[in-house]
Design a protein around this ligand. Structure first.
Ligand code: C2E
Ligand code: CA
Ligand code: CA
Ligand code: CA
Length: 276
């Protein structure tokens, strides 16, 4: 502790002590959860608004805790990021999602989207990790989409562009997640090799009742299309929201209106239903 100087003393200040030990506790809990295979991926369908076809799924992690039951990502992903456990957990997610997509391909060639956190994105060997996940699953890169939030890419603009281009070389597609909640500067959006833009749920929620939110949604859709980006609206819960988005030429929707995130088994049944 001492030889590392001032930063460590600050780290062990009394008020920090509790927080630090909480993170350490969570770190070992997350490590155990991974070893015991307690994580599970749920999949939420993405529907093409014009054909009505099921075109993809977003993989969303859950922790099935033996005593506490199901724990949502909001409750553990922040700790996983702070402790660094997001790296092995994220690698598990990538492998699991690719394997699952490959299985579904016997029925339907859908793509699967995986959320990538900042720490993962900045990993030196992220390209190797994704390459290995695709290879293990024998999945063509074009069926894997990586969802990154604005905050992940704006932290270090020049480096981010280099990293994103390296990822694109694997054939994967890139989606900007939660668009509208962060910096949302259109000028740098165009420097990045994104394929898809996901409009955040907070705009979709009030798109029928709040003219301002409707205007923002319309502006985002038009701007994205002028940049040749595919547009996905997340958090679509009602038929009128869906109709609005259809009228505005939004490409795809995701939300409770069509389906909540499903277990792999339930998603498989969803595929069967849409093919009947
Ligand atoms: P996100 O990437 O914005 O994912 C969408 C969230 O909105 C999901 O919450 C989904 O269940 C929820 N959602 C979808 N449709 C609706 C709707 O119609 N209404 C409402 N109210 N909610 C809807 P979830 O699964 O709890 O995930 C929360 C966040 O946790 C995600 O937000 C993502 O940032 C993060 N996350 C989830 N899985 C992973 C993962 O494997 N890795 C990483 N790094 N982050 C993850
Ligand atoms: Ca997402
Ligand atoms: Ca969101
Ligand atoms: Ca997100």
């Amino acid at each position: 502790v001492k030889e590392n100087g001032r930063n460590h003393f600050r780290f062990f200040a009394p008020e920090m002590n509790q927080r630090a030990s909480r993170i350490l506790e969570m770190e070992s809990a997350l490590r155990n959860a991974l070893a015991r295979n307690e994580f599970e991926l749920y999949y939420q369908p993405k529907i093409d608004l014009f054909s009505g076809a099921l075109v993809g799924a977003e993989a969303l992690i859950r922790w099935q805790h033996p005593e506490m039951g199901q724990i949502q990502p909001i409750q553990f992903i922040p700790f996983a990021e702070e402790s660094g456990m997001i790296l092995p957990i994220g690698e598990w997610v990538l492998n699991e999602a690719c394997k699952q997509a490959k299985k579904w391909h016997e029925k339907l060639p859908i793509s699967v989207a995986v959320n990538l956190s900042a720490l993962q994105f900045r990993q030196d060997n992220i390209v190797e990790i994704i390459t290995a996940a695709l290879q293990n699953a024998q999945l063509d890169g074009k069926y894997l989409e990586l969802e990154l939030t604005e905050s992940v890419v704006v932290q270090n603009l020049d480096a981010a562009i280099v990293y994103l281009k390296r990822l694109k070389q694997l054939g994967v597609t890139l989606a900007m997640d939660d668009f509208g909640t962060g910096y949302s500067s259109l000028s740098y959006l165009k420097q990045f090799p994104f394929d898809t833009l996901k409009i955040d749920r907070s705009f979709i929620q009030n798109v029928i009742t709040e003219p301002n939110d409707a205007m923002i949604a319309i502006a985002i859709i038009n701007m994205a299309h002028s940049m040749r980006l595919n547009v996905v609206a997340e958090g679509v819960e009602t038929e009128s929201q869906m109709h609005f988005l259809h009228r505005q030429n939004c490409d795809q929707i995701q939300g409770y209106y069509f389906s909540k995130p499903l277990t792999a088994i339930a998603f498989d049944e969803f595929i069967n239903k849409t093919r009947q």
